[in-house]
Ligand binder design. Structure first.
Ligand code: AP5
Ligand code: MG
Length: 188
């Protein structure tokens, strides 16, 4: 089992790198943001419940997100490992997550805020994501990250399960840095 938390602010490259890591290591993957967007697109009760707060860039309730991850784990219990993209995002989620499985390492992609904002504004046209459309919403997501999410890094650092990764290079360069770190955790 290899369980990796891919962490970082909005636009850090979590989704981009998760896709490549899944292929390279044969892991399963969940992006809680992506699952939430699918619920919104399908107008499920959960989607309707969180739609407005997500569009403003706010977090979904912990209980909702934890249940999404629990359901994902039930469906992927035979997997040889997982990448969690965008989860856990609060200390409460991290504590609940500890009751569900053992995380090997949190890899945190570090990118300065100015570049993050540029990336998200560039992506807005193609992504169609409502939370990319306005500078105000992007700034709100950054602020929520700083206030509620950044502290989760300390939670894993305190357990000796944290590595910061420079996320400013090319997609390929960042991937190589991530792989070098992950390879340290592969048990032969
Ligand atoms: P989520 O979907 O997780 O969004 P996010 O954290 O805001 O991050 P993004 O998906 O915008 O960025 P990313 O890091 O994946 O970067 P990407 O690879 O796309 O969450 C959305 C919302 O759902 C949250 O705001 C919240 O409301 C809710 N939610 C989700 N999880 C939750 C939870 N656990 N609890 C509560 N609520 C939750 O890259 C960004 C752009 O940069 C792309 O265009 C990409 O091509 C480009 N790029 C990537 N890498 C590079 C590079 N190295 N150089 C140049 N450009 C690059
Ligand atoms: Mg993403």
């Amino acid at each position: 089992m290899l369980n990796i938390v891919l962490f970082g602010p909005p636009g850090a490259g979590k989704g981009t790198q998760a896709k490549m890591l899944v292929e390279h290591y044969g892991l399963s993957h969940i992006s809680t943001g992506q699952v939430i967007r699918e619920h919104i697109a399908m107008h499920t009760p959960l989607g309707r419940q969180v739609e407005q707060s997500i569009a403003r860039g706010e977090l979904a309730p912990d209980s909702v997100v934890i249940e999404l991850v629990a359901e994902y784990l039930r469906q992927h219990h035979n997997s040889k490992g997982h990448i969690f993209d965008g989860f856990p995002r609060t200390v409460y989620q991290a504590r609940e997550f500890d009751k569900m499985l053992e995380v090997d390492v949190m890899l945190s992609l570090e990118v300065p805020e100015r570049e993050l904002v540029d990336r998200l504004l560039r992506r807005a046209d193609e992504s169609g994501r409502e939370d990319d459309f306005s500078l105000e919403t992007i700034r709100n997501r950054m602020e929520i990250y700083r206030e509620q999410t950044a502290v989760v890094a300390h939670y894993y650092a305190d357990k000796g399960k944290y590595a910061a990764i420079d996320g400013t290079g090319t997609v390929k360069e960042v991937f190589a840095l991530l792989c070098a770190e992950i390879d340290k955790h592969i048990r032969l």
